[in-house]
Design a protein around this ligand. Sequence first.
Ligand SMILES: Cc1cc2nc3c(=O)[nH]c(=O)nc-3n(C[C@H](O)[C@H](O)[C@H](O)COP(=O)(O)OP(=O)(O)OC[C@H]3O[C@@H](n4cnc5c(N)ncnc54)[C@H](O)[C@@H]3O)c2cc1C
Length: 431
Amino acid sequence: MTVAIVGAGVAGLAASIYLKRSGQDVHVFERAPTLEAIGSGIMLQPSGMAVLKDLGLLDECLRKGAPLKGVLGTSPLSGRVILDTRYEHWKPGAHGLGIHRSILLKVLYEEAKRCGVRFRFGVEVSDFSSASKVKLSVTERALTPHTTAAVMEVLSDDQIGADEYDALILASGRSSTLQYKAPIHHRSSPYKWGALWATLELPESLNEPVLRQWYNQSHQMFGILPIGESVNSTKRLCSLFWSRPVESDSSLFGVDGTLESWKQKVRALVGTVADPLLEQLQSEDQFALATYTDIEMPAWHYDRVLAIGDCAHSMSPQLGQGANMGLVDARAIAQAVGKSSAVHWPAIFSKYSEWRREHLGYYQSASRHLTPLFQSSSSITPLIRDMALLAAQHVGFVRKHAATTLIGGRTGWILSNESQVPLHFWDGTAP
Ligand SMILES: Cc1cc2nc3c(=O)[nH]c(=O)nc-3n(C[C@H](O)[C@H](O)[C@H](O)COP(=O)(O)OP(=O)(O)OC[C@H]3O[C@@H](n4cnc5c(N)ncnc54)[C@H](O)[C@@H]3O)c2cc1C
């Protein structure tokens, strides 16, 4: 059986490894000319780490990333840590992992190549048709790599392209429109807030194994995520982020804002603790602006076509789940394919959609409802948030709820069957 995958991001690469290992011939099409890692750090949760472990890739990620104990958030309203969610509230010894996107992609890409997945870079899949087989329309793209990306050398480009495929997996990310060519109802809405990101050396004074955040109501948020090394640097790095409304007509730092005026705002919120980071920032070019989209689909398959990762269920990164969900998606495909030699793709994809519904449904709902508590112009919601979070620190049930949400293991707001192993392929043990 020959399977085409569109997109060499986290979801597409992980799915390619699983499918190749299950005996399929796998062709990956990627429109970027090289394997690129746009953005900087991401937070891997135990749910995603369990998938990497299952693939045999976790140890390498652990060596290069930065283990995390949890998330700490301070609000000047109370002057205290109001958000304190730790992995150990789920299970003693559990942890997450900050990792540079370039490392994660490289680890997955090298394993995919080693298993025999074939790649073609610099081509855009512009359309497809699906009947008894899938046909792709592919366009060559003369793209130059993204300027702020960590660019990895393309080890090989197989110049693949079959006339017909038995199945198609769309893993083309949140800006993709390819998934909407299948007759599946969808809703796609951009978030009003995004964030400025920068990758910097992690100063010793800030070397804490936590995602550290500071909030001023919900209109200011500054964060530091330790992420370990990147493909271009063996120094210990961190991602810095600053919440920002997505306005088309203002500069990177807001209306009339400059790098210096922005630094003043950060100092006012965080104090001098951020100075070793701010000193490293000398130019606007060191920042990237990230925007987010909420994509909702009631099912992710149509006939022999399946959408996974961000193109299927993009969410805000506030809960740190997107890449993890893409990894779990890949494992879910493998589970649906199973060991059967007679692969019936429409049935497999239908089973996949059914299995993923509750888990993805919860995280999409949580992301939609919780993001405005941290990113909005409201002055009421942050007040309620701060009081609720402070009180929650003393209620065991709520602490556990927050921790099981963070690890990527919940399936519902009230009831959650995270102990039902086959659903998430996460066996409940700390990685
Ligand atoms: C600022 C920011 C912070 C984040 N932080 C976290 C975090 O802490 N934890 C976490 O888990 N997630 C985080 N995320 C989300 C996470 O990065 C994404 O969920 C994840 O990268 C999505 O992976 P993907 O493989 O679905 O898509 P992508 O990584 O977007 O990959 C899609 C690929 O498809 C290619 N492509 C698209 N269209 C075509 C086409 N037509 N033909 C050929 N190729 C195509 C693209 O070039 C791209 O390489 C964050 C996101 C952002 C923006």
